[in-house]
Unconditional design. Structure first.
Length: 84
């Protein structure tokens, strides 16, 4: 599988994760300090927000820094030299 295909799949999964966790976490967090729900639901909110923010950060990296690096690499036709 090509690297571009992996990046495209990763971006799609990021959009899916953000789309699923953002509404869920924001809806559940309205009752976070209410005291009428089990403590386990707090963990659903915490894990949902963590997954959503991690997916958002990965999506920003893949759309920004990785895209720039990939475009420059393709334009030069070579791999950039890394000096120690």
């Amino acid at each position: 599988m090509k690297l571009d295909t992996v990046i495209l799949i990763a971006k799609g999964l990021c959009y899916l994760t953000i789309g699923a966790t953002a509404p869920l976490s924001s809806a559940l967090s309205q009752w976070a300090n209410d005291g009428r729900w089990p403590d386990n639901v707090n963990w659903v909110v915490i894990i949902g927000l963590c997954l959503g923010s991690a997916a958002s950060s990965l999506l920003a990296f893949l759309s920004g820094s990785y895209k720039t690096w990939s475009d420059e690499r393709k334009a030069n036709g070579t791999t950039p030299e890394v000096k120690p």
